[in-house]
Design a protein around this ligand. Structure first.
Ligand code: GLY
Length: 383
């Protein structure tokens, strides 16, 4: 085995753990050189090509520019999703994400680095606008894969992340108050009726145009293949709007909201987290790609599994099909990619990057620049 020189050591994670623990330092991941070269690509949910947080680049554009400029693949992707986490207009991710049932914004995120075979995640994290950076710090600076709640917040505080009392924006608070007013007039409803009322209220607020349905489970998953052939991914979300405090969705769970194998591919998800958690779909997609399936076919396999596992009446529509949507994004080592959804159409799917129409979309950035493309759908029509 080759002996590590001091320079190698400094480049490796061992030294990073000794460095002053500030979020800025955490951004400096060790460089892992691989002998391959690849056609670089970044893909994500459609919001990755929509929000700019007042700047000039969308998330996928920024990630692609950094990655092709030589920055570590995962650091580039995290910098891309940071744009959405910090943008107050994006109410499904980070700062200003729709809060839980108590009006508290609780954030989930995880990330994986293919070549380094390392992962990190946080769940139910309060007070930090950029949970993906804390997930990245878990990857870089701990022996663990997932920190939750107060522990995750304490970890972030110890590393110098700013902890804020409240991550609500005026918009997210106004929407929560509207939901609360409608669902909790008496405090002590029958639990069954209360659950029905919560779901009905979510749907009514969508129908009235107060919320976009995709934002009930809104999230960004972003995956990339660097010019050096390195794969990585990150997923970040405020989770299901008005969730029971402490509810953790698929986003921070390795194998569910994200899975990366540096020798195979990367996959991640947006949409109803419970459906995805049940089947660990991102892991399934990567395993399907390992067996030779193209990214689109691998995603379809996971979507079929979700359909087969959806048997409860409350989760079925009048056609006997799932009454929710889930989308997957996948890229393999050859740079082939796909976006696929349970339903290719959604009445709420308008306005991504100025486009109109009911088609569910995903974002991609290649040497051709950023594009917003249509997802393949497994089932006809909309949920
Ligand atoms: N997919 C995001 C969530 O369900 O929390």
């Amino acid at each position: 085995m080759r002996k590590l020189s001091r320079r190698d050591f400094v480049k490796s994670g061992a030294a990073a753990g000794l460095a002053a623990a500030t979020p800025q330092v955490l951004g400096q991941a060790p460089t892992v050189l691989t002998p391959r070269s690849a056609k670089p690509v970044v893909i994500s949910s459609a919001n990755g090509n929509f929000y700019k947080n007042g700047g000039t680049q969308t998330g996928v554009e920024k990630a692609f520019a950094l990655m092709t400029g030589g920055k570590d693949v995962l650091e580039s992707l995290v910098a891309g999703v940071n744009i959405l986490e910090l943008d107050p207009e994006e109410d499904s991710v980070g700062y200003g994400g729709l809060p839980n049932a108590d009006g508290v914004v609780q954030l989930d995120s995880c990330c994986m680095h293919g070549p380094r075979k390392r992962a990190g995640g946080v769940a139910a994290l309060e007070g930090v606008r950029t949970p993906s950076l804390v997930a990245h710090a878990v990857l870089q600076q701990t022996d663990h894969h997932l920190l939750v709640g107060k522990g995750a917040q304490g970890f972030a505080r110890n590393l110098g992340f700013k902890i804020e009392d409240d991550l609500n924006t005026e918009r997210s608070r106004r929407l929560w108050l509207e939901w609360k007013r409608r669902t909790d007039p008496g405090h002590y409803l029958d639990p069954d009726k209360r659950a029905e009322l919560h779901e009905a209220t979510r749907q009514a607020m969508v129908a009235e145009g107060l919320l976009r349905s995709r934002h009930l489970h809104g999230t960004i998953n972003c995956d990339g293949l660097s010019p050096r052939g390195e794969l990585a991914g990150v997923t970040t979300t405020s989770g299901l709007a008005w969730k029971i405090p402490g509810r953790v969705g698929d986003s921070p769970i390795l194998g569910a909201g994200l899975y990366v194998d540096g020798a195979v591919g990367a996959a991640g998800s947006t949409g109803r987290g419970e459906a995805n958690l049940y089947g660990l779909s991102s892991f399934l997609i990567v395993e399907q790609m390992r067996q030779g399936k193209a990214p689109k076919d691998a995603c379809m396999e996971a979507l079929k599994r979700i359909q087969a596992n959806t048997v409860e009446k409350r989760l079925l529509n009048a056609r006997g099909l799932p009454n929710f949507n889930v989308s997957f994004y996948a890229v393999n080592l050859k740079g082939e990619f796909a976006g696929a959804a349970l339903y290719g159409e959604d009445p709420e799917e308008t306005g991504w990057a100025g486009e109109t129409g009911r088609r569910v979309r995903f974002a991609v950035c290649t040497e051709k620049g950023p594009e917003t493309l249509v997802c393949d759908g497994l089932l006809p029509g909309a949920p």
